[in-house]
Design a protein. Structure first.
Lengths: 386, 395
């Protein structure tokens, strides 16, 4: 009988107790996995931001427009490699609750600036640049509504109406946008700015914001200053920031998600630490005589220590691994239905690894006290106790 | 019957007196239940606080008029001639001077700095008509004064001042080429208007290059029932492709979207945690039964029934759960009740609100605690009641 068998026998000596411990550990790791996936999805915008990308928005607020003339002037600034502009469309499909992240963009430069994030087939790109009513639609949306390339889809806007009074814009899907990074969800669609600008009724030649790539991240500060100075004291002043800072500020507007996740996960772990920790102490105390016998047989204190720690670590792993697996299954099952609220909700290998590290830490923490007690136990005392 | 009750009472007392023997294990159950209750109640208090802020904003006798299909103020536009038609509509209350209590408004978003994170946040700048404050109830200037019409002056809501910086009284702020002075702060009975910045409509229109554009119209009605007359009037006029709602209905809609979402997060989390705590409670109670096996068997041997053993064990479990529940409720009240925070609302601007516990929410927390105690005590209690005497005495 090797030590591992002994550990297993000890752990499952009281099957009901072991099952209850496993259940509570499993639930704690299920909660951890789901919330960590949730938080990661929230932070995705910050994590995927390109180091050389800047966002140029109206200084009053990013919902205020800029004139398209700004675009041409920014293009000529030294250190700007490529720049594109975008308008928020406030789109939805059929009814308002099916909102669509739809943006009017300058087609050619959009595909250049965001080439690190999204991809489309060569013929789709060409068609998008060529066709006035063409749209590139993210894979996630295509799947969600069962759309196919070549379909003509009616998209409504909660902000704009057409000059002729119509509330619906018809777009021809010319291709699918696919993600080039695992944590970018393609829950959005883009269409031509020109088509939008010519048909909508709320002010001509205005753009929402610009996104640009600098020639190198080291140029960011200089380019930022150059742009904001160029438009200082004009009616349309700009505020330029890195994509990362912009996305971070936006997420902070929703609330302190990180703190909320930390508190709930903390509560879940505090619970199992106490329950499992106390149970381990009790379980080892019940075995005092046996430990005395093992010591009499020549088991060293260190070996006893390893046996008890091994037991608590095994318990944490056996409970935690199914828990994190359940969280992954849950995330996979919910991904599509949650894509509008939290695109990119998934339990990643990184989260799973963190979970395993937490399991080891939990196992060591809950096993430490009883293991040290057992190691220090004097044979005479152990056998003397009934 | 009396002796039966005495038996039950005696065993229950023995059970409860034995709790200190399993002090740490019992304590961990109490704390586990307390944490479950805290998680549940903090989510419910968040949803409740948000809902209260929004629903207290909406009055039954104020109508809000938006462009058809626009849903939120930020998306709406209303033409100048449409405003005039609404001013002449039936059912609208008038001021003592005979002017209709109608406020055409512009709703723009400007940047403020969130105090906690020092990041930019969307704050609403509302250009209100002369009757803007009179249309709403309970608007009170608490510091400084109201803006003067025609001046580049703004007043800010109290809640906004609490969570965001950049709009302190006396400060000059600039939007594009215009400069504004903050001249006062107002209260609005804790409603969402306290998260807003107000200024004179014509000034906002001209300085933001939106001359003659308004987004929404608010009208004080003669009575809540007058809403139907206004709706009919708007529906019958082809020039008015507008949606008319009571302000109460408008805000109630927005409130339910967000608070539903918080409930959908909070309840599953709390139930998952409750299952974890239940495993702990079962463990504690089975240990209790095992530790008292000799005692239970002895009592049975001298003529006690199985039922008192059942009640005693269940009572112990419920007591631990109730203790946990009380600690959870108290801790949530002390830590989270009144905690002020802000999130993005339906109009894409920050809504400041405070966590708010209520008796109904506390009851839900205590019920969850009792459910854990009941389920955690039931099976161990059955085991205690059915324990064979001989096996118990031998153990």
């Amino acid at each position: 009988m090797n030590d591992f068998v002994l550990i297993g026998k000890n752990l499952f000596r009281k099957k009901l107790r072991a099952a209850l411990m496993l259940a509570s550990i499993m639930i704690a790791f299920l909660i951890f996995g789901v919330l960590a996936g949730f938080q990661r999805a929230f932070n995705a915008g910050e994590d995927v931001a390109a180091a050389d990308r800047l966002m140029v928005v109206n200084k009053i607020n990013f919902t205020q427009p800029l004139p398209i003339a700004h675009y041409n002037r920014v293009r000529s600034i030294e250190g700007v490699r490529q720049v594109t502009h975008m308008n928020w469309f406030g789109g939805y499909y059929q009814e308002p609750k099916n909102f669509l992240v739809a943006m009017a963009v300058e087609p050619e430069t959009y595909l250049q600036v965001y080439s690190d994030q999204v991809d489309a087939a060569a013929d789709a790109r060409a068609a998008f640049i060529r066709e006035r009513t063409g749209a590139l639609v993210g894979e996630t949306i295509m799947k969600k509504w069962g759309w196919k390339v070549g379909d003509r889809v009616p998209v409504m806007s909660s902000i704009f109406t057409q000059k002729n009074g119509a509330r619906t814009w018809d777009f021809t899907i010319v291709g699918t946008l696919t993600s080039r990074k695992p944590n970018i969800d393609t829950n959005f669609m883009v269409f031509q700015y020109q088509y939008f600008n010519e048909t909508q009724n709320q002010g001509r030649d205005l753009i929402g914001w610009m996104a640009l790539n600098t020639t190198s991240p080291s140029q960011n500060d200089r380019v930022t200053k150059a742009i904001d100075q160029m438009f200082a004291n004009s009616f349309y002043e700009t505020a330029t920031d890195t994509e990362k800072a912009f996305n971070k500020a936006f997420m902070a507007q929703l609330g302190n998600i990180a703190l909320m996740v930390a508190l709930v996960v903390g509560a879940a772990f505090a619970t199992i630490l106490m329950i499992v920790g106390n149970t381990m102490v009790m379980a080892v105390r019940e075995r005092t005589r046996e430990i005395g016998v093992l010591k009499t047989l020549g088991f060293s204190g260190g070996r006893i220590l390893r046996l008890v720690l091994g037991e608590s670590v095994l318990l944490a792993l056996l409970g935690g691994i199914p828990g994190i697996a359940l969280a992954a299954l849950f995330a996979a099952a919910m991904e599509t239905s949650l894509s509008n609220f939290i695109p990119g909700f998934a339990v990643t290998p990184g989260i799973a690894l963190t979970a395993v590290a937490l399991m080891l830490a939990l196992g060591l923490a809950t096993g430490l006290v009883p293991a040290v007690n057992a190691m220090r136990l004097k044979i005479a005392n152990a056998l003397g106790r009934s | 019957m009396r002796s039966f009750l005495l038996q039950v009472a005696a065993v229950t007392v023995i059970n409860i007196k034995s709790i200190p023997q399993r002090f740490w294990l019992s304590l961990s159950t109490v704390v586990a239940v307390a944490l479950v209750v805290m998680v549940l109640l903090s989510f419910l208090a968040m949803a409740n606080g948000f809902q209260r802020t929004l629903t207290s904003s909406g009055a039954d006798d104020v109508a809000i008029v938006l462009r058809g299909g626009s849903q939120a103020e930020i998306n709406s536009t209303v033409a100048r001639d449409q405003v005039r038609l609404i001013e002449e509509a039936p059912g609208i209350a008038r001021s003592p001077e005979g002017k209709p209590l109608v406020s055409a408004e512009l709703y723009l978003i400007v940047d403020g700095l969130k105090r906690t994170t020092q990041t930019k946040a969307n704050l609403p700048l509302r250009g209100i008509g002369q009757e803007g404050a009179a249309v709403r109830k309970g608007i009170r200037i608490v510091e400084g004064r109201m803006f003067q019409s025609g001046a580049n002056e703004i007043v800010v809501g109290k809640a906004l001042l609490r969570e965001f910086q950049g709009f302190e009284i006396g400060k000059t702020v600039s939007f594009a080429t215009s400069r504004w002075t903050v001249v006062g702060a107002f209260e609005a009975e804790g409603s969402v208007f306290e998260s807003e910045i107000w200024a004179d409509l014509p000034v906002v229109q001209s300085l933001f290059n939106r001359t003659n554009i308004v987004q929404t119209v608010r009208a004080r009605l003669q009575s809540p029932a007058a809403l139907d007359a206004l709706k009919r009037y708007v529906d019958e006029d082809p020039r008015l492709k507008l949606d008319v709602k009571s302000e109460a209905a408008y805000f109630a809609d927005q409130a339910s979207q967000t608070s539903d979402l918080i409930h959908k997060l909070g309840w599953p989390l709390a139930i998952a945690m409750a299952l974890g705590a239940l495993a702990g409670a079962l463990n504690t109670m089975y240990s209790s039964v095992a530790a008292r096996a000799v005692e239970i068997a002895t009592l049975r041997a001298i003529g006690f029934g199985g039922f008192p053993a059942f009640v005693g064990t269940l009572a112990e479990s419920l007591l631990l759960a109730v203790l946990g529940g009380i600690i959870g409720v108290t801790a949530t009240y002390l830590i989270f009740d009144g905690f002020s925070t802000a999130t993005l609302g339906a109009s894409f601007t920050q809504v400041v609100f405070s966590f708010k516990l209520s008796p109904a929410l506390i009851a839900q927390g205590v019920i969850l605690a009792l459910a854990v105690g009941l389920a955690g005590g039931l099976f161990p209690a059955i085991r205690a009641a059915r324990m064979p005497i001989v096996a118990g005495l031998n153990s």
